[in-house]
Design a protein around this ligand. Sequence first.
Ligand code: PLP
Length: 267
Amino acid sequence: MSRFIPSPIDVPGDSGSQELRSLLERNLSRVLTRIGANVPEGGRAPELVAVTKTVSSEVTLALVDVMVARGLTPHLAENRADRFEEKVLAFEAAGVRPRWHFIGHIQRNKARRILERADVLHSVDSLRLAETVVRIAEELERDVEVFIEVNLTGETEKHGLLAAGVPEVLEVLAASPQVQVAGLMAMGPARDLRTVDEVFFEIAALARDLELQSPDLLSGGKCRLSMGMSGDLEAALQHGSRFVRIGSALFEDLNLASPPSPRPADR
Ligand SMILES: *Cc1c(COP(=O)(O)O)cnc(C)c1O
């Protein structure tokens, strides 16, 4: 479904873009080293999902180039519907097809726009949204992979289902032939209510319970985990995460190197 079609990426060949590329290569190497050092013994290497919500389409294209040069499948994630559409269009114009992940909260009135283009949703966080996703995926006849977002941090301001709400949402999603349930998505705690380890441990336990109770509702019988960001990827991998969502660590020091934006007179 989502082949990556290699094609030369047209980044202007000035010194600014060479500097950009070197920084992206350095940052990507650092992230891959951190990942490599934390995959549990005998565990499979996780997928690196690059969260590109803070950078332009041009920087995102350059990152994909660097990822492909390292032999990685480019998984890209955005968290806002409008920016997501903008990026997809820029990539279509460049003839590049990464695998598109949507990781932000999904307002139901924007679900169609997101489902028209996303390959993977990480943020199905309510029964009503699950029903909407199923209906639209079927109308569009579009296959979509879905993670159910859970929130076990105790932070009520965050999105995500409590453990008790997960089975019902799983059933609704799995009933649709267009939807593959990949597993659970979670974020670590932002405040010190609970430790990252505690939260990730519980989510991994919940995933194992779901695998035991309802393997036939899960894609391939597996409940995979989408956990780990720049600040807590080590802990997430130690708890078996299969998809790490990394943003800031990939773009470290970038604004130092970006060429100055054109003056109005240059446009
Ligand atoms: C921004 C974001 C990330 C990436 O966070 P970094 O700390 O920049 O790596 C991961 N997941 C979600 C849901 C996000 O919104």
